[in-house]
Design a binder for this molecule. Structure first.
Ligand code: TXA
Ligand code: MG
Length: 340
């Protein structure tokens, strides 16, 4: 099923939304837009429904899913306790691109939490997601709606490219806004830890609860806190992707070297530099001065090289400030090689 609601009046009484919600209530997997990326949703309380998500995506079973909710009361249906700092973060950033990790109360299906004692919860801020979650009256488990390993989907077309024939339906609400996934914050420890940088920045979080930790704070420790999903290959376009820390000259030299070998080269460039490259298919993914724009475009840009005849993609780096931290996290994971 394909429901296009992009230009419709959206609330939980919309006919298409009601149909999609009924499918989820009947244990089907349905893709829908959120403000970050498209998600693939299913009833979080039912193992068989959740299993359909893992099957469709080809997702490893040890990678837990985020539970999406429509209102604050629903947190208590999946979490055992809500620490003070979590409460503050929820008040400040929900609905929005923040996922909090809480102690699970066991109500979620075991494949949602991948056997962990914790559960990730998020209240998204997108009219279609909110209407759908309200109409379902269920907590909805939803990972990004891409084939596992590929860039996350920021349009319904990306979802169709990856999952046609593998899911019950797709709700098309137009392109997403933020463009990178939610920030995942573990609130079960004394000091909150960012497990995955995302739409809400470290600075945003610290303004509300004071100092938070990131993975790099645990560099010298044996056991590093990580979202289980972060260890897998992620976000990769079809051709090898080399992330290059150099300037325009060093990247152009690399293009020239590859070009001489007869290779067709793609470059994922900043708007500032896009017009300076030669002998390459160049795509601009936004200005170094506007990292929100880069976040918004990044996955579309990575995916768009799959429609080009290139053997290798070279990528520029971006400042790790604000949402740039999330952009660089994704580019580093997408890269087959990082060149200094
Ligand atoms: O913006 C988003 O978060 C999107 C939209 C659809 O809401 N969803 C999303 O889900 O990105 P997914 O499955 O692609 O990424 C979920 C991340 C994974 O890295 C996973 O390991 C982590 O969250 N995660 C989920 N539950 C967890 C838990 N209990 N403890 C630690 N990490 C968890
Ligand atoms: Mg994902």
């Amino acid at each position: 099923k394909y429901w296009n609601v992009e230009h419709e009046q959206i609330d939980e009484h919309n006919e298409h939304i009601k149909e999609a919600a009924a499918a989820i209530q009947h244990q089907e997997a349905v893709a829908f837009p959120t403000e970050t990326v498209y998600g693939l949703g299913a009833d979080a309380t039912t193992t068989e429904a959740v299993h359909k998500i893992f099957q469709a995506k080809g997702r490893p079973g040890d990678n837990p899913l985020i539970v999406h909710i429509a209102n604050l009361q629903q947190v208590e249906t999946v979490a055992e306790e809500i620490p003070d700092q979590a409460r503050k973060l929820m008040d400040a950033f929900w609905p929005g691109s923040l996922t909090v990790i809480l102690k699970s109360n066991g109500a979620s299906a075991e494949n949602v939490t991948a056997g962990l004692s914790t559960v990730g919860v998020r209240m998204p801020d997108h009219p279609v997601a909110r209407a759908l979650l309200t109409a379902c009256k269920l907590p909805v488990a939803a990972p990004s709606a891409n084939q596992s390993g590929r860039p996350s989907p920021t349009t319904a077309q990306h979802v169709l490219d990856d999952l046609t024939g593998k899911v019950y339906g797709v709700v098309d609400g137009g392109p997403t806004g933020v463009g990178v996934e939610s920030t995942v914050v573990d609130c079960t420890a004394e000091t909150a830890v960012i497990l995955r940088p995302g739409g809400v920045t470290k600075e945003d979080l610290e303004a509300v609860i004071g100092p938070v930790k990131t993975a790099s704070d645990f560099k010298n420790e044996r056991k590093q806190p990580k979202a289980p999903g972060m260890k897998y290959t992620h976000y990769a376009p079809n051709a090898p992707f080399w992330l290059m820390e150099g300037n325009v000259n060093t990247i152009q030299n690399e293009i020239n070297r590859l070009h001489k070998e007869g290779k067709r080269v793609g470059v994922m460039a900043s708007e500032e530099h896009a017009e300076q490259y030669q002998h390459a298919v160049v795509k601009s993914c936004g200005s170094k001065e506007d990292l929100k724009e880069v976040a918004h475009k990044i996955y579309h840009c990575l995916r768009s090289f799959n429609n080009e005849d290139v053997d290798i993609i070279l990528g520029e780096t971006f400042p790790k400030e604000g949402v740039g931290a999330a952009v660089m996290n994704r580019l580093e994971k997408a890269a087959t090689k990082v060149m200094k």
